[in-house]
Design a protein around this ligand. Structure first.
Ligand code: FES
Ligand code: FES
Length: 173
């Protein structure tokens, strides 16, 4: 393949927060840049751009992923979710977001979107996640404002609310 052909834009199609996105994309474009600059979904933040800070975390097919380490073309055919997806249909804050607000678990908020996406994915897979597991997850996210204690409190409260919700849904099914 010539160098010219290798750099040609490709057609990219994936689902972002439930909506189909289809447009041309250069092979070297990062998913974080594509989401923010091509689609305009700026809730996903970009900090270190080399996989350390966790600010850019999104979920791809339910799994947390560093969008700054993912080429946009790798999302072909996948379901990508960002922090914009956490609010309910009436644009009300989701359970995790409400808990973060209640416990002052953010200050500048730069790290928050990534932390919310990692926690959302953890609770979807492990509704019984323990405090140790939550703390372990937070080791993958840098927050220079909060000292982490309010984040842990918010996460524990959200986890317990989500468990109650899940129980109610199961009982009413
Ligand atoms: S911007 Fe992706 S991990 Fe820091
Ligand atoms: S709230 Fe500022 S970096 Fe976490």
């Amino acid at each position: 393949m010539s160098r010219m052909a290798a750099g040609q834009p490709h057609r990219l199609r994936f689902t972002l927060n439930g909506s189909t996105i289809e447009r041309a994309c250069e092979p070297r474009r990062l998913l974080s840049d594509f989401i923010r600059h091509e689609v305009g979904a700026t809730g996903t933040h970009v900090g270190c751009e080399h996989g350390v800070c966790g600010a850019c975390t999104v979920t791809i097919d339910g799994q947390p992923a560093r969008a700054c380490l993912t080429l946009a073309l790798q999302a072909e055919g996948c379901e990508v979710c960002t922090v914009e997806n956490l609010a309910g249909k009436e644009s009300r804050l989701g359970v995790l977001q409400q808990a973060f607000r209640k416990h002052h678990a953010l200050q500048c908020g730069f790290c928050t979107a990534g932390i919310l996406m990692s926690l959302d994915s953890l609770f979807a897979q492990r509704p019984d996640a323990t405090e140790d597991e939550i703390r372990d997850l937070l080791t993958g996210h840098l927050c220079r404002c909060t000292g982490y204690a309010p984040i842990v409190r918010a996460a524990l409260e959200a986890a317990s609310e989500l468990r109650i919700k899940l129980k109610d849904e199961t009982a009413n099914a």
